[in-house]
Ligand binder design. Sequence first.
Ligand code: NAD
Ligand code: MG
Length: 393
Amino acid sequence: MRSVSVFGATGSIGESTFDLLMGQGGRERYRTVVLTGGRNVARLAEMARALGAELAVTAHDECLPALRAALAGSGTAAAAGRSAIVEAADRPADWTMSSIVGAAGLVPGFRALSHGGTLALANKESLVTAGPLLMAQARRHGARILPVDSEHSAVFQALVGEDMATVEHITITASGGAFRDWPLERLARATVSEASTHPNWAMGQRITIDSASMFNKALEMIEAREFFAIEPERIEVLVHPESLVHALVGFRDGGVIAHLGAPDMRHAIGYALNWPDRAHLPVARLDLARIGALTFRAPDPSRYPALRLAREVMAEGGLCGAAFNAAKEAALDAFIDGTIGFTVMPEVVEAVLEALSGEGALGNAPGDLDMVLAVDAMARRRASEVIARRQGS
Ligand code: NAD
Ligand code: MG
């Protein structure tokens, strides 16, 4: 029996992972070690019962009594709090899904790699903030990181049997998000609910807003750099409103391999779950004759400043990714709670990067996780100062 753990089981990726685990045999085939979630303890307990999990952990201490009650008689142990999630990652599992949202996913994923199993990585923030550390940790313990982000799974699949030395470019596609056709002057007044609707994908709220601002694609450019060890100049972004081509890899002989599929994360999750096999997966099949046309365009730099910032982050390297992600998370929080407008988010991030980089705080390569977490905290503090100055704009 294969042992599995899911960090962030109650989220959008976590639900899709649960769906696949159940569809592929559930507790007959998998021994579930850990499931973690947030405040939705009823759902967490339901999943733990269905899979017969050994341990369920909520991120919130005050939710522990409710989780205990929901698990009564199930045989699943309950725990709560940030450190309980990290400790849960010390329980070995053959396959671990890292699908907590944000920098909070970094330490659990890092610890899970120490068992030498497979880490299915949806939490792109881990690679953006601490890519070299994560890759070194995997090598040290003979663990494997498999991409779950659809674009990176697509690239990974296009590269099977290929030599990286022959790759000219990696192109990841972007739908363009909720505002791709809005007049630019309207963007400043975009509301949270308008930004929380994605044209093609059903995802958690934070990544959906990040898709509208293209901060998601900015993170994904850095994720691609870390994952495939490719120079930033070879990473391209292409707006593709239909979201059916997920990525393209161009080779030095002029050939391009594209990966297509329905916009359903169960494909990429299922690929990482069954790799190196391909299992039958419950995703819609493409009918290209019916679809007829696929369209592409270059991203408009004035609409998406996040993409320029990603290039600057990659050029500077060091701890810049950690500061970039943390400032982005703080700006996103401020947009969600109504403190700043949609177009102020990239301005906040840029101001934080300029300040910290001007002080020489970001030049060093991340030596260990503590360095990364310190920069993360520093960038959040700086962001809250910038946000306080920009409040209401
Ligand atoms: P989500 O908001 O739907 O779910 C997040 C999960 O993490 C929940 O289980 C939540 O309880 C938990 N969580 C949130 N904050 C936490 C904290 N501080 N500590 C511990 N647990 C916490 O998010 P999602 O859309 O499923 O995205 C998860 C990750 O996968 C993100 O890194 C995202 O960028 C990535 N991703 C998502 C999609 C998608 O289709 N949703 C696609 C590609 C990549
Ligand atoms: Mg993606």
